[in-house]
Ligand binder design. Structure first.
Ligand code: F0G
Length: 457
């Protein structure tokens, strides 16, 4: 028997949504009207939207069917118990607190356990995670391994946290560290995975210093797949089994179900501590809702419960990770510098390397995102000096990297869409010398990338 090499989408399409084609002139005008910030574009003016993989996935027919089973009872909804069971089977945590999305879980956790002057270590904090710590007048400290900061270096687990640095931090300033976090996969660092060995080492350090260890688990299934592929002794385990071990090494997690929950909205906060859970539920009732719905409809809870089962299926993860890698291989083969190896949910173009004539504080990431939109109607996102450059004291500093992320929504685009994206990126790369930087005309003090207005230089 001859084995097949083509990895196909493990689904067929039951319902389609038309995309709108625009001319280059229309896109240039739309970008101008959006003050050169693609966050301010109308979605209809985007042909292929790679802004985020968050909440943009396609649900399965089983999930749509589950929506009709949603129980909208205010307190004690049947859908909550189904959701709680699905999350508990996967994570093993004692307390499962639904929230309307990941940042609500972050806000509730950090507002409850972080004091002014505290330090929260992580491999890399995502922007909302960082902002929810800084708003408590605490510090969000990134401790990713050194190889995680070298875009072109190919290593299997570039999302790992530097365990020596973590140990030193806890030895020196342990009293000001309320908890240790690790983000799987490491979104701000290129969608790179964290190994089981690294998670086990963090567990051991946290035991030694008696610190709670929380996962930012948004992309836990993609991380589990990378462990299966890349870590010694893990090949024969199911992704679900690996994911269960990842969660059992931790004391709790924050989760955005908009990623590996395969849902359009939702999230949760989960933990073993009775004391923290009681305080978190009090804040939940104040800002999100009663503990058996937490800002979600009963049907959302159903969709997440089902999504958490589908996301660890092997045919899905094999297709998912391969389709991201496929885009990475195509653009890298044409000489476009990307974070290597390709991440789980996205390709990250190294905009600083691609546009060396644009200084970091002239925002090469914004320049590239905007050029790609005008060229082809493809929308990516800057992860660089606009997103991370503004310091809590109001000064500005270049971020460690200036990246453009092309995030791939789950189960939405086919291989020909991805081929088109690769063609667009390569076309922009060919005329890179003509691309100019930007200056900020106005921007808010917190999470400025969402609403900043730019001017071309
Ligand atoms: N943590 C990580 C690692 C994330 O990637 C996100 C969201 C969050 C937390 C917050 O979750 O959006 O449900 O409130 N990331 C999206 C993105 C927005 O585009 O990467 P949320």
């Amino acid at each position: 028997m001859r084995p097949f090499h083509t990895i196909i989408e493990p689904f067929r399409i039951k319902s389609v949504e038309a995309v709108k084609f625009t001319t280059r002139a229309e896109r240039a005008a739309a970008l101008e009207a959006a003050r050169h910030n693609v966050f301010l574009l109308k979605g209809d003016d985007v042909l292929i939207d790679l802004l985020t993989d968050s909440g943009t996935g396609a649900m399965s027919s089983a999930q749509w069917g589950a929506l009709m089973q949603g129980d909208e009872t205010y307190a004690g909804s049947r859908s909550f118990y189904r959701f709680e069971q699905a999350v508990r089977d996967l994570t093993g945590f004692a307390h499962i607190i639904p929230t309307h999305q990941g940042r609500a879980a972050e806000r509730i956790l950090f507002h409850t356990v972080v004091k002014p002057g505290d330090v929260v270590p992580n491999n890399n904090h995502f922007d909302t995670t960082r902002a929810n710590i800084e708003v408590e007048d605490a510090e969000a400290r990134d401790l990713v391994v050194a190889e995680g900061r070298q875009p072109s270096l190919v290593r299997p687990f570039k999302g790992n946290i530097d365990v020596d640095a973590l140990d030193q931090l806890l030895a020196r300033d342990g009293a000001s560290v309320p908890l240790v976090m690790v983000t799987v996969t490491n979104n701000s660092g290129g969608g790179q995975p964290v190994s089981l060995a690294n998670l086990r080492a963090v567990r051991a350090i946290c035991d030694r210093y008696r610190k709670p260890f929380f996962l930012d688990a948004c992309r836990f299934a993609e991380n589990a797949w990378f462990i299966k592929q890349r870590e010694d002794g893990q090949h024969d385990r199911s992704p679900r089994d690996i994911a269960r071990e990842m969660f059992r090494l931790a004391d709790g997690c924050t989760m955005s179900a908009k990623k590996d929950g395969l849902a359009n909205i939702g999230g949760f906060l989960a933990m073993n501590s009775d004391e923290w859970a009681e305080k978190c539920r009090t804040l939940l009732i104040l800002t999100e809702g009663f503990p058996t719905y937490g800002g979600l409809a009963g049907y959302d809870l159903e969709a997440i419960a089902r999504g958490l089962e589908e996301v660890v299926e092997e045919p899905y993860l094999k297709y998912r990770i391969r389709s991201t890698e496929y885009l990475g291989e195509k653009v890298a083969a044409a000489g476009v510098p990307i974070i290597q190896p390709p991440g789980g949910h996205a390709i990250y173009i190294d905009a600083r390397a691609m546009l060396p004539h644009v200084a970091p504080l002239e925002y090469p990431g914004i320049a590239l995102v905007n050029a790609l939109y005008v060229e082809a109607g493809v929308r990516g996102v800057e992860i660089g000096s606009v997103m991370f450059g503004l310091q809590p004291d109001g000064s500005e500093k270049a971020a460690a990297m200036d990246l453009v992320r092309l995030a791939i929504p789950r189960r939405v685009y086919t291989q020909s869409h991805i081929d088109y994206v690769a063609e667009a990126v390569i076309a922009v790369a060919e005329r890179r010398d003509a691309i100019r930087g930007y200056r900020i005309r106005s921007a808010p003090r917190v999470l400025r990338h969402f609403t900043a207005e730019f001017e071309p230089l």
